[in-house]
Design a protein around this ligand. Sequence first.
Ligand code: MG
Length: 189
Amino acid sequence: MRWWFAIKNAWQQRAYLKRFMCSADYQIHALEEVTPQKLEEANVAILVLDFDGVLAGHDAKEPTEDAARWLRSLSHSIGEQRIAILTNKPKPERVRYFAEHFPSILLVQGTKKKPYPDGLQAIAAYKGLPPHRLGLIDDRLLTGMLATCLSYTHGWYFYPARTHFWRHPIKESFFAFLRWFERAMVRIF
Ligand SMILES: [Mg+2]
């Protein structure tokens, strides 16, 4: 059961999870903060991006215009080979979008969804790098950030998440609740 795995491991990793809420070094508030220098300082060779909440609102088919612009500019400076997308929802439209616009960016689902570390471990293995050379940006504490704790990869908590309330009011409200709930839980732990 994924939720039980998340809660059990969140308890065990609580000290690490608290860092994402308390320390500015482990947070990102806008994609523009992610520069080649930042990756170098963190010794990150492969930047792994979550999709929903980071590149666009929930269920979007492609990144927002500004996220795509940032991705284009980062790809120019570090190369698409150093960027990967790890999403629990690799919808066909997304796969098509990346194949067309960013063909060398790796799009991964992982055999088991986050917070299982499988996706991050698969990217590390595919790139032939130790996991600590990967850095994941994700808007969820108990999925993405927990996966970084369990796979010994670098993590940046993306806060506040990107949303599209007017387009998916029910889904976005549900995920806003989940984000609030997991922050409360990590605080109590
Ligand atoms: Mg997300």
